[in-house]
Design a protein around this ligand. Structure first.
Ligand code: F6R
Length: 247
């Protein structure tokens, strides 16, 4: 398997190493096309990325971003949207050209057409160079939830209750306010990125991390398909790495 694994003493060190890695990739390729996640895990990474941008001048002016997913029925200005999360934690703090920020519009009139538009934009950008991922406690990547079958391309997904609970903090802590559906890049959209970095922290991710790395390929553990990818780097803290056979 081509998966490279790094285990860090804590989430802070992991965040710093990932921000350094992205900054280095950006130096090498100023026109880098980045795929980005939201959620709790990347908060430290974005904090470090903003710090590096301020202190060392990481230059995003020619870079392009595509976020993985957005809630369905939620417009880009709504506070609970992933678009606003990205504004708060990254975009407004770096020198990215706003025209290079790509996002699924959760409020699009025709969600299927919106998904096609997104795929076309990724193609037009020349594909994703570096896809940064988190992993759900149930093994989802993007919002590709465990199921009997998975979908290749960007599509409308139904969120599992566990996933909605994990997102409640964006919605005033009230799980009933978390949308039931979302738009998400599909498995092939993610797997076609030239390189992938997945980060996971905390004991609650240990079981899915070991299933992802050491388990069989199964649609019940969507992240296991990353084993097919030629260039995946898994960055973990000690707690998330606890279940791994090799460390
Ligand atoms: C978010 C996304 C999800 C999260 C995952 C982990 O854009 O695509 O796959 O990465 O749900 O979320 P946290 O980091 O909150 O545990």
């Amino acid at each position: 398997m081509m998966v490279e694994i790094s285990v860090f003493a804590g989430a802070g060190q992991l965040a710093m190493a990932l921000a350094d890695l992205v900054a280095e990739r950006l130096r090498r390729t100023p026109t880098l096309v980045l795929g980005l996640p939201t959620g709790r895990t990347p908060l430290g990474f974005y904090r470090q990325m903003v710090r590096i941008a301020r202190e060392a001048g990481a230059d995003f002016s020619r870079a392009t971003t595509f976020n993985l997913d957005e809630f369905l029925g939620v417009g880009p200005e709504e506070p609970g949207s992933y678009r606003q999360y990205m504004e708060r934690h990254l975009f407004r703090h770096i020198n990215i050209d706003r025209r290079h920020i790509h996002f699924l519009d959760g409020a699009a009139q025709d969600p299927a057409a919106e998904c096609e538009r997104y795929e076309a934009e990724i193609r037009a950008a020349g594909g994703i160079d570096l896809q940064v991922l988190g992993i759900g406690g149930n093994g989802h990547i993007g919002f590709n939830e465990p199921a009997g079958s998975l979908v290749a391309r960007t599509h409308v997904v139904r969120l599992q209750l566990q996933t909605r609970r994990a997102n409640a903090s964006l919605w005033g802590g009230d799980v009933t306010r978390v949308p039931r559906r979302a738009l998400s890049m599909g498995m092939a959209t993610i797997l076609h990125a030239r390189s992938v970095v997945l980060m996971a922290t905390g004991a609650e991710k240990a079981a899915c991390v070991s299933a992802m790395v050491d388990g069989p390929l199964t649609t019940r553990m969507p992240a296991s398909f990353l084993q097919l990818h030629p260039e995946v780097h898994v960055m973990l803290d000690r707690a998330a790495a606890r279940g791994l056979r090799r460390k």
